[in-house]
Ligand binder design. Structure first.
Ligand code: SF4
Length: 308
């Protein structure tokens, strides 16, 4: 392997919602000590999850299994209302790490359903964010669409007003195409005032496009379960690059880099910067030039809940 040039693109790595979620867990651990429970992986990154497990955090999927009166954090992806009801019943001390931009979509779903709209929700089946939003309204008021073929099969009432909402971490370009196809079929369908794919997702996808203009070999640091990391790999490949999604440098196969002289590195919104350093060090030799590419500077930070 003879990598002469490494391009490090930004924005990359932790977004404002992930920084807040990780910060909430750190603060709750400090306040109460272990064990604390987290419903679902706080963010979809194996290193973050293992790091918290080593400090006594217990990750669970079923809230029923948590002992009454325990300290619980809900993950950044959002949770359906039924879980908040259960938390109350079990007298749990609850901290909610749901990203404010996911909460925005929950509120839109509730508001538009109350106004009599039918919601066409573009998202990934079984993703916790989609499950959370679908749980906000009656089954008769919403349908989940992953691809255009789902639209033909979906039972969408003809005589109801319609709105499109989306998961926050989808491919911006693909979602735009899907929205246009839905608009062709339902010309009166509306979109919320601010598109639901979040700014961090859009910024990272724009950054990886810029990276693909510099090099055709791209490493995306992120876990397989991370929707936005998968989309970064996908966007890079759509831009003509060969892209690899890895958790860390131990996933790298040096055969991928035969006759390759430059590599671009980015990281999904849930991947810690420490991993970028490790992967960069893996590729660096005495002669390697490391170049930063910044496409936009992110300055948004979300406040913590007042109780911590
Ligand atoms: S990717 Fe976007 S919606 Fe998801 S946690 Fe980050 S800022 Fe929030």
């Amino acid at each position: 392997m003879d990598i002469k040039q490494i391009y490090l693109v930004s924005p990359r790595g932790f977004c404002a919602g992930v920084k807040r979620a990780v910060g909430i867990v750190e603060a709750v651990l400090k306040k109460y000590g272990a064990p604390i429970y987290i419903r679902h992986h706080i963010v979809h990154n194996v290193h973050v999850v293992k790091g918290f497990e080593s400090q006594g955090v217990i990750f669970i999927e079923e809230l029923e299994k948590v002992p009454d009166k325990s300290v619980v954090v809900f993950s950044s992806h959002g949770s359906p209302p039924s879980l908040y009801t259960m938390a109350k019943k079990k007298n749990l001390i609850l901290y909610d790490a749901t990203c404010p931009l996911v909460i925005k979509v929950h509120l839109e779903a509730k508001r538009y359903a109350m106004m009599g709209y039918f919601i066409i929700y573009i998202g990934q089946k079984n993703h916790p964010e989609a499950i959370g939003v679908l749980g906000e309204v009656s089954k008769e008021s919403i349908v989940l669409i992953e691809r255009i073929e789902d639209l033909d099969k979906a039972r969408i009432p003809k005589n109801k007003k319609k709105i499109i909402l989306t998961q926050t971490t989808l491919s911006f370009d693909d979602t735009k195409i899907l929205v246009e196809q839905i608009q062709k079929k339902y010309p009166l369908v509306i979109l919320p005032p601010v598109f639901d794919i979040c700014f961090s997702t859009q910024n990272r996808q724009n950054a990886v496009k810029a990276l693909a203009r510099k090099t055709k070999t791209i490493i995306v640091i992120g876990s397989k379960a991370s929707s936005n990391s998968n989309k970064l790999r996908y966007v890079a490949e759509k831009e003509g690059a060969k892209a690899y999604l890895i958790d860390d440098e131990t996933d790298i196969n040096i055969k991928w880099f035969k006759n390759i002289e430059s590599v671009g590195i980015t990281a999904g919104a849930s991947a810690p910067e420490q991993l970028v350093k490790r992967v960069t060090a893996f590729f660096s030799g005495d002669q390697t030039i490391i170049k930063d590419i910044e496409t936009i500077r992110e300055t948004v930070a979300f406040p913590f809940p007042k109780s911590i």
